[in-house]
Design a protein around this ligand. Structure first.
Ligand code: PHE
Length: 475
């Protein structure tokens, strides 16, 4: 109605590429593989998939339905279905992307540094002069100016894409970027599984370890839940925002399934690309080192590959940067759409370039803190350090705690309560059944069960698990 001028995706394929682009990110490439390996391998995958079906699917579907029904930005969409309670959930879902941007862009900036490092090696223009991966990364973290500049570069690249709008910027970029990412991933996999010692890495990831389930079942469950939730970009306003630009013709159920399945496939494939290399060089410790895996171990692998090393290095870090850019685009767009729609509601004609510039500047400001902090290496002005808790370790940890630890799971919990119990799941069915699509009674009953029982319980559990993990004392 009044939103006719907001624009729309050019095609369902374009929407899917953008939505999968937001889901596939750093979480898939380093988070999933090592968590799977450390948490029981194959049984972890089964639990992850089960949680995806029971919690991921209903929440994703509901977010898409809310966005498309309301056709508005995240807070307005939630308000239109849930009044002030809804608006509060919407506000949480807007806070998270803003905070996550503060460190996601810094991690993206490091990827750009690694691309340039490998280009330097390849061309002989500059070289890391035999430094180990650990030394290289320590230097990067210590060099505040360089970290800030590359973070800004990363933010500006995203700026250049999203200023083009939903169809002319975001869709256009993802339609090329995501298939390219997939092809690069396959190339890296072929190289990785033919490295000596690759089998160990695959065994670490896939070999079933039922022991861990007996001792640590709850921990495995909450790790899998937290990972699934972050990886699918739930409760971040992203699916609501992207859904608000989706045509009534398209199938919400099918789109939700495609997004979940694709995200999971990329996560598993990323493990196959990354772990064999990590094992070939560093053994299990390297695989378990989190971001270190991405920025230290793998650079070591490229350094040891001989003349082809830098080429694979460039390919790999372009791949990771691409995955991070398509997620950053989505995070930015939640904020941009909000300010655009708010201006329109006030009767003004929103200027996209102005809103995109404002969001970009705000993100630059907050990311400066994280970049200068060097992910905690530089102890950069942290007012909450005295607390002595994990969350006080660095700016990254702090931002991550508020967003991934609290706002995201709390938002999803409240959202499932709102839809399951306050306004009722019926409206999701109505929204799904636009343009002749049907939601069969079996599927609807299943959805009702998930959104009323499985999702709230699961989210309460994940919220508890996240807070517990983040707040556990250091060391
Ligand atoms: N899903 C992204 C990943 O797996 C991270 C992300 C979370 C992106 C939330 C946007 C919003 O890395």
């Amino acid at each position: 109605m009044e939103h006719n001028n907001r624009g729309q995706w050019g095609s369902n394929f374009g929407f899917l590429m953008a939505a999968i682009g937001s889901a596939v990110g750093l979480g898939n490439i380093w988070g999933f593989p090592f968590k799977m390996g450390a948490s029981g391998g194959f049984p972890f995958l089964i639990i992850y998939l089960l949680l995806g079906v029971l919690i991921g699917f209903p929440i994703l579907l509901t977010e898409l339905a809310i966005g498309r029904k309301a056709g508005s930005s995240v807070i307005e969409s939630y308000r239109s279905v849930g009044g002030p309670f809804g608006a509060f959930i919407g506000a949480l879902a807007m806070l998270s992307p803003f905070l996550i941007l503060s460190f996601y862009t810094v991690l993206g900036g490091y990827c750009l540094q690694y691309i340039s490092l490998n280009i330097g090696e390849l061309t002989g223009l500059f070289s890391s002069a035999g430094l180990t991966g650990t030394e290289t990364f320590a230097n990067m973290r210590a060099n505040q100016m360089q970290a800030i500049l590359f973070t800004y570069l990363f933010i500006i690249i995203t700026f250049l894409i999203i200023r083009g709008g939903i169809q002319g910027g975001i869709e256009k970029f993802n339609k090329i970027g995501m298939p390219a990412l997939f092809v690069m991933l396959l190339v890296v996999i072929v190289r990785a599984v033919t490295l000596p010692g690759a089998a160990e890495g695959l065994k670490f990831m896939f070999a079933p370890n039922f022991d861990i389930l007996q001792h640590d079942f709850i921990k495995v469950l909450s790790t899998a839940g937290g990972q699934m939730f972050f990886s699918l970009s739930l409760a971040m306003g992203i699916t609501v925002t992207y859904g608000s630009y989706l045509s009534k013709k398209e199938s919400l159920v099918q789109n939700s399934l495609v997004i979940i399945v694709s995200d999971t496939i990329v996560a598993v494939l990323a493990g196959v690309a990354v772990l064999p290399a990590a094992f070939a060089l560093g053994g299990p410790d390297a695989a378990l080192s989190g971001p270190g895996l991405l920025y230290i171990t793998l650079q070591d692998v490229f350094n040891h590959m001989g003349p082809l090393g830098p080429i694979f290095g460039i390919l790999f870090y372009v791949l990771v940067a691409l995955a991070a850019i398509t997620s950053t685009i989505a995070l930015d767009e939640v904020l941009v759409t909000f300010f655009m729609d708010r201006a329109a509601l006030k009767g003004k004609t929103p200027s996209r370039i102005r809103m995109v510039s404002l969001v970009t500047l705000a993100v630059m400001l907050e990311s400066t803190l994280v970049a200068a902090d060097g992910l905690g290496a530089n102890n950069f002005w942290i007012p909450f350090q005295e607390l002595g808790l994990n969350l006080s370790a660095s700016w990254l940890d702090f931002m991550d705690f508020i967003s991934e630890g609290v706002a995201m799971p709390l938002g999803a919990l409240l959202m499932s309560v709102l839809v399951g119990w306050v306004i009722g799941p019926r409206f999701v069915k109505d929204e799904v059944e636009q343009s002749g699509h049907t939601m069969g009674s079996g599927l609807y009953r299943y959805f009702q069960f998930c959104i009323r029982i499985a999702a709230p319980l699961g989210m309460a559990f994940i919220l508890y698990g996240q807070i517990h993990t983040f707040l556990s004392p250091i060391g």
